[in-house]
Design a protein around this ligand. Sequence first.
Ligand code: ATP
Ligand code: MG
Length: 164
Amino acid sequence: EIVDLTEMLEHVLNRFDMVIHSAEYESKNYQIRKDILQESVFVEVDPDRMIQVLDNIMNNAIKYSPDGGTITGKMEKRQDTVLISIRDEGMGIPKADLTKIFSRFYRVDRARSRAMGGSGLGLAISKEVVEQHGGRIWAESTEGRGTTFYLSLPYVPYEEEEWE
Ligand code: ATP
Ligand code: MG
């Protein structure tokens, strides 16, 4: 299915903006910043699966930022790909773990992660979905400062209407 990724990301960020302003989170002082494009960018994806990927990255950004902070969702166009980045100001991930976190059941700090709930499957599933769509997912991080997840996807260079 061909979908507008700009619109999809905007929806996800708006939904999380409501989450962080709900009773459960309002004491934590999270902020969501949107740095997205004004134009539509079309990608060929299974929308439910791609929303699941974005949801997991956003959920992680909140879950692993116990002191709150700004979560920035950004989207930019590159040569033939569109690049989404989601940056948080949370606990960060040690360099040695940056690729391992995409393995099934891998969690950086088992005891701490167990207390936070979840199974360690989110990113493994996300990687599978992104790669099924011809894309890539990776992370950069500074421990104690925060983490940025990147997601690049090939985009469809035009939509029918634009030929008019
Ligand atoms: P699940 O997503 O299945 O509920 P989970 O969040 O532990 O559980 P993943 O989403 O796969 O699993 O993440 C794997 C591990 O990577 C996490 O347990 C955590 O240690 C680390 N991690 C993921 N995102 C972040 C982040 N934004 N900041 C710091 N650590 C992170
Ligand atoms: Mg997760």
